[in-house]
Design a protein around this ligand. Structure first.
Ligand code: HEM
Length: 141
């Protein structure tokens, strides 16, 4: 497994733990109100679980496991592009998930920046893995 995949997968597990904890807090708050600030954690809950956990896990496993025909076992595409995808995805998750908590206008702008970063992460990931989207066991086309 490449180093980049290990980082994607470890980070995804951290988001899983934090995202579920936030979900538990949101749920608890419905029965036993803890304060008006708790519902504001919903964007972070959603972002951490959908992008931070699910998408990040997919990116990590795909980078590792997609076919690598006729290339050395260590060839997982451009490591630099994968780090760019990792940085943009995680920066985007924080900007989109925690950004809405920022005061005033910033609370509107940061989530947009987060979405742009996440789009960039998807682009870097897709561009890098594109050539490896092939049926397993066939020679490169
Ligand atoms: C893969 C796991 C999960 C995902 C992708 C997820 C995603 C979401 C999404 C998208 C919403 C917003 C729904 C809407 O506004 O209609 C939501 C709300 C909520 N989630 Fe999760 N969730 C997950 C797991 C959990 C867990 C494990 C808990 C509790 C332990 C939880 C507790 C809640 C609560 C209480 C709300 C409602 C908050 C509110 O509207 O006040 N979630 N979740």
């Amino acid at each position: 497994m490449p180093r980049t995949s290990r980082w994607f997968i470890r980070a995804s597990l951290v988001y899983l733990a934090v995202g579920f904890t936030l979900g538990a807090l949101l749920l608890f708050n419905k029965g036993v109100p803890l304060g008006s600030a708790v519902p504001r954690l919903l964007p972070a809950h959603i972002e951490f679980l959908l992008a931070g956990w699910v998408i990040q896990l997919v990116m990590g496993v795909a980078t590792w496991i997609f076919p690598r025909f006729g290339v050395a076992r260590s060839a997982y595409g451009s490591e630099a592009a994968t780090w760019v995808a990792f940085a943009l995805l995680n920066g985007g998750v924080w900007l989109a998930g925690v950004g809405p908590l920022a005061p005033g206008h910033l609370g509107d702008v940061l989530p947009i920046a987060g979405r742009l970063a996440e789009t960039g992460a998807a682009g870097a990931f897709a561009a890098n893995i594109w050539a490896r989207v092939r049926a397993s066991g066939l020679s490169p086309m």
